[in-house]
Design a protein around this ligand. Structure first.
Ligand SMILES: [Zn+2]
Length: 79
């Protein structure tokens, strides 16, 4: 999956007002904000850029981030 295109235009919703929030791909399934450390899952190729998602994974170690298959079910159940 090529995520480079949208990484170039997406910004962390928490940091975007200050024109920061540059995102970096983490494990091909997450986007991490280089400014605040919030992390956003990529579900079925679509980044879930919700502030509550970023808050949820703030400070979680890369190795502790769940596989997206598990997380996808979790997101679907909540919506
Ligand atoms: Zn941020």
């Amino acid at each position: 999956m090529n995520t480079k295109n949208y990484i170039d235009i997406l910004r962390c919703p928490h940091c975007t007002r200050e024109d920061k929030g540059v995102l970096a791909e983490v494990k091909s399934e997450w986007l991490g904000c280089s400014d605040c450390g919030r992390q956003y899952p990529i579900v079925e190729g679509i980044p879930v850029m919700l502030p509550e998602e970023g808050d949820k994974w703030l400070g979680v170690a890369t190795d502790d981030l769940p596989k997206i298959e598990e997380h996808d079910r979790f997101v679907s159940a909540a919506s």
